[in-house]
Design a binder for this molecule. Sequence first.
Ligand code: DAT
Ligand code: MG
Length: 154
Amino acid sequence: TSKERTFIAVKPDGVQRNLVGEIISRFERRGYKLVGLKLLVPPVELAKEHYADLSSKPFFAGLVDYMTNGRAPVVGMVWEGPSVIKQGRIMLGATDPKNSGTGTIRGDFCLSIGRNIVHGSDSAESAEKEISLWFGGKGEVVNWTSNNEEWVIS
Ligand code: DAT
Ligand code: MG
């Protein structure tokens, strides 16, 4: 549906490398609607819950430290629009940038799986979980009508 939502985050390396505007711009230009936005150093417990399905992996501790150590913050976003979960993943590119196509965010801006600059929900279930985890407070996700909508969605 056109009200589908996904959680997209610019990771600390993406913030440090000044790619926040570039990443927001790609979703804006595509026609998706920004309905949630925040800058934060995530608490360790939030990062652990966010990546809970990877908790047994050897890289888990390093992944949580990279996300939470405060050398740069994370920009968390909620984007809304048709097929935004699947299309967001396509716009990001493959998890490992050496397999990410040119034209994708990871394929254009990074080289290493451990510094792949951006996160996107991989399914309806993870989008729902991640949006409530990162934007659980009242009013943190904003319902609004874009005046462009009839020129973007039909
Ligand atoms: P994605 O971020 O594309 O959803 P994922 O959920 O499998 O990928 O993994 C989450 C993040 O964990 C990924 O963006 C980077 C890190 N990661 C995954 N596999 C890794 C590996 N083999 N070595 C180091 N970091 C890894
Ligand atoms: Mg994932």
